[in-house]
Design a protein around this ligand. Sequence first.
Ligand SMILES: C[S@@+](CC[C@H](N)C(=O)[O-])C[C@H]1O[C@@H](n2cnc3c(N)ncnc32)[C@H](O)[C@@H]1O
Length: 437
Amino acid sequence: MTLVVERPAYGGDVIAHLPDGRVVFLRGAAPGDVVEAVVCEERPRFARAEIVRRVEAGPEAAVAFCRLFERCGGCPWQTVPDETQRAALDAHVHRVLGRAASRQGEPPTLRPIVHTPPARAWRSTVRLHWADGRLGFRPAGTRDLLDVDLCPVVTPEVQALLTDVRAALLPGFSGEGTMRLTAAPGAASGTIAVLPDAPGLATGVEAFVTASGRCHGAALLEPGRAPRTFGDPVNRFGPARVPHPAASFVQAHQPGNARLVEAVRAAVGEGPVLELFAGSGNFTLPLALAGVRVTAIESDAAAVARLRDEARFRNLSERLTAACADAARPPRGEWPTLLLDPPRAGFRQVASVAERVGARRIVYVSCDPATLARDVEALVAAGWRLAEATSFDLFPHTGHVEVLAVLDRRGDDRRSPSVRTERDQVRGTPPRRGGRR
Ligand SMILES: C[S@@+](CC[C@H](N)C(=O)[O-])C[C@H]1O[C@@H](n2cnc3c(N)ncnc32)[C@H](O)[C@@H]1O
């Protein structure tokens, strides 16, 4: 059937309507596009369709910048103008957080999304699949492997590594698996992490690390076993050293991440802070370097070990304690500020952990507005107030966003730093610190 696309939907789809009035979700089109599509999934209230042909481009549709756009599916909002992408992300975040905080009385300050260039060539880390001498992406929902030699959303450093891997490593690879390529912005070389480890791979990987000027370290990963490493499989991102063997987390959009780190630092204030899901110290190290006392909890032992090394090396051990532990079981103690950055699933225990450690402020970083909204709603019910939230455009063209939410214990007079600055500039009064109720 012929459909007219109306608007983007969070997560990378776009929305149109079927003749019977139901919403239909599609991928790979822009508002105003007229497309021929087939319905592939029907539900009572909505449907999904696949585009067969783009009949007419919408008046503001952008030209796809990747020649694999229609086959890869990795950047489904490529033809949606950048400003429309950001407006859609903001509208979604404001809607779900506004609803989650609707019972708190005073509405939260929901700020406009922060975009930091570049919108292309932004990925400092990428996971590819390999099989039978090919290396690329598997389009969602298929077992196909799309061979990729050029990817316009990876940084020049990662692209150089990809080109080298394809030329010098891939021809000797048998079997199939995944490979993560990572390189810090401006670095001369990066690392690769290969999964699974298989007989015969080590010799090729070792030779590649020795010979390639673009790769300074590699890890062969096998679930349940210690990784086999070659060279130095660690990348430096800002002050943090991110180890590769355990496939440790790193934000892919580093310029945007720098703005997020800055905002987290402002929201945390003086601390001391208990930081859950600390990773390799993306927030921990800048906070400690700024003089804040941080206790960091992270489940990835390799990341914790690097964080401790870094604390020693930088003489921060007085201020920075790192523990390899489950976020749901933090150490005993009291912290006025709780900072957390959980995976997509969010952190259902946030209210009970905040209560246990006596927190008065929660600084919550999330890559999933839905689970963030679920946790904010529970926090509001438990006596917290969503003071403000800001989105960060860390995943251009994907339909995803990173959100920073700041919550205060209701009854506290401690306002969020940015709100405080604006009001106090008008009133000329110094900020007051809230005490315990
Ligand atoms: C979204 S990443 C954030 C890392 C870091 N804050 C950053 O900005 O790079 C989530 C981190 O939580 C860690 N993690 C996952 N589950 C955990 C748990 N139950 N307890 C502690 N850490 C956990 C992961 O290893 C990962 O490093």
